[in-house]
Design a protein around this ligand. Structure first.
Ligand code: NAP
Length: 490
């Protein structure tokens, strides 16, 4: 059904725009911060701009509620998280519309993100009652080893704009299940989705102070004092490698537990025996989901020479037919980029590649209109020295480069400081297992263009970060292991 202006107004009017601290909503002491619609550049609404004192109050609330939440019965924690899941699903359409308005992605994709984000809550509501330890005889036989899992303590969460809900729930879900409290700071471009989620947590019965949400225009000065505060025990960050490195340095001061979900430069390898139809379908998902603004986006298509022309032609046909436009409009496949800086960066990458010899098969320029639109683009014959092969593109641009031998493909794929995900298309199982061993990434999409799943450990190696989100591994990030040594009675 078409979205009307009245629908847009209604979801914007429903969302809280104040800070959520200690279970209460309050204005920001630093004033207000405008939230822009990237498809029109118009202001949608304004949210609270937190001051350093607001941030300090949020931390105090998380700290004060810590012991009670850690001591809440696991079943009670599980039921609360599950209620939040149910509410998210119930409000999926409104949450999706809100996300589309502030972030730009098409409505169907936004609804997909709401489901994906909610799945972390469902998964961790199920895990909350299964946190256990062990009891064994020590190796000398005279004593016992007792281990117990305990919540890490107060957590700080910093999330990016590209997946405004899911990047939050995959931290908040396991933290709640483990018994941790938190302060959450969403990106300034997309604070509304997280504020709407805080309303859901409140309604689901999360006690006051257990999750606090602050929005603000100056992340660095808001978060640095919190990271240095002795009451905090963990920092989990999703965002750029550049900012992640600064936060790792700051975290050293209090020796915080740290999880870093950083940038990527995903290789998408197509061997000559691949099912090309499947490879093109996978490429569309790996490249065009979220308009290419994903850490998991295929950043380099590395295709065996003998099938490169055919693959490029088929991909250009599909990508060239995609419609860019406002995410609320029917039939739109790709939304705008997030802001003017991102649009400029994508444009520079394409200009650099074409100046160095790449050929444009479709798209290639910014699209007309007031928003931050770039045409869905396929580039072929991309030379090795093009910047977009070594830097994150974060836009709807698919650069294709070629290889001759398997070893060359693996060497090209690993030739990056990043190591988040690789995509691999082959029907030869020996070739596939060879690549599973040789690729330097935390995740591999094998004959498929998407790896995200609430029950699976999402995360990278090298400068893509460390720590895992999702699955049992995602819960471990919020638990400490305590060991008690016991002598057996003589
Ligand atoms: P970003 O610029 O690093 O910002 C991410 C978050 O950090 C935002 O909330 C931002 O707040 C905050 N921030 C910025 N500087 C800070 C500082 N000095 N101290 C504390 N917080 C600070 O990244 P982005 O542009 O939003 O997101 C895109 C990046 O995220 C890409 O590199 C992408 O690959 C990565 N990403 C990784 C994953 C993953 O799971 N590996 C998932 C999604 C995205 P402000 O908005 O106020 O600046």
């Amino acid at each position: 059904m078409a979205v009307t202006q009245a629908d847009e107004r209604r979801v914007l009017d429903q969302v809280e725009t104040r800070l959520f601290i200690g279970g209460a909503w309050r204005p920001g002491a630093a004033g207000e911060l405008a939230v822009e619609d990237p498809s029109t550049t118009e202001t949608l609404t304004e949210v609270a701009d937190a001051s350093a004192q607001d941030a300090e109050d949020a931390l105090a609330a998380a700290h004060e509620s810590g012991a009670a939440w850690a001591g809440t019965a696991p079943r009670e924690r599980a039921d609360i998280i599950r209620r939040a899941y149910d509410l998210m699903i119930e409000r999926r359409d409104d949450l999706a519309l809100l996300m589309t308005l502030e972030m730009g992605k098409p409505l169907a994709e936004a609804a997909g993100e709401v489901t994906y984000a909610a799945n972390f809550l469902r998964w961790y509501s199920e895990e909350a009652v299964r946190i256990d330890g062990r009891f064994t005889t020590n190796e000398a036989g005279g004593g016992r080893v007792l281990t117990m899992r305990r919540p890490v303590g107060v957590c700080l969460f910093i999330t990016p704009w590209n997946f405004p809900l899911a990047m939050g729930t995959r931290k908040i879900g396991p933290a709640l299940a483990a018994g941790c409290t938190s302060v959450v700071k969403p990106a300034k471009q997309t604070p509304l989705s997280m504020l709407a989620f805080a309303q859901i947590l409140e309604q689901a019965g999360v006690p006051a102070g257990v999750v606090n949400v602050i929005t603000g225009s100056s992340s660095g000065s808001l978060m640095a004092p919190l990271i240095a505060d002795a009451r905090v025990r963990k920092l989990s960050f999703t965002g750029s490698t550049e900012v992640g490195k600064k936060l790792i340095e700051q975290s050293a001061e209090q020796v915080l537990r740290v999880s870093m979900e950083l940038g990527g430069n995903a290789p998408f390898i197509v061997f000559d025996d691949a099912d090309l139809q499947r490879a093109v379908d996978g490429a569309l998902l790996a490249k065009m989901r979220n308009g290419g603004e994903a850490c998991t986006s295929a950043n380099r298509f590395i295709v065996q020479e003998s099938v490169a022309e055919q693959f490029a032609g088929r991909l250009a046909e599909r990508i060239g037919a995609m419609k860019a436009g406002r995410g609320t409009e029917q039939g739109v496949d790709v939304g705008p980029l997030i802001d003017a800086a991102q649009l400029g960066s994508v444009e520079r990458h394409v200009e650099d590649a074409t100046a160095k010899g790449a050929r444009v098969l479709c798209g290639g320029s910014r699209a007309a209109g007031p928003g931050y639109f770039f045409e869905p683009t396929v580039l072929t014959d991309v030379p090795r020295g093009a910047d977009l092969l070594s830097e994150e593109i974060f836009g709807p641009v698919a650069p294709i480069t070629t290889f001759a031998t398997d070893d060359e493909a693996i060497a090209m794929a690993n030739d990056t400081e990043y190591g988040l995900v690789a995509y691999l298309f082959t029907q030869d199982i020996d070739r596939a297992f060879g690549a599973f061993d040789a690729l330097d990434t935390g995740m591999i999409g094998f004959n498929q263009g998407m790896v995200s799943n609430a029950g699976a450990p999402f995360g990278g190696v090298k400068q893509s970060g460390y720590g895992r989100e999702g699955g049992p591994e995602g819960l471990d990030e919020y638990l400490e292991t305590r060991y008690v040594a016991m002598n057996s009675p003589a």
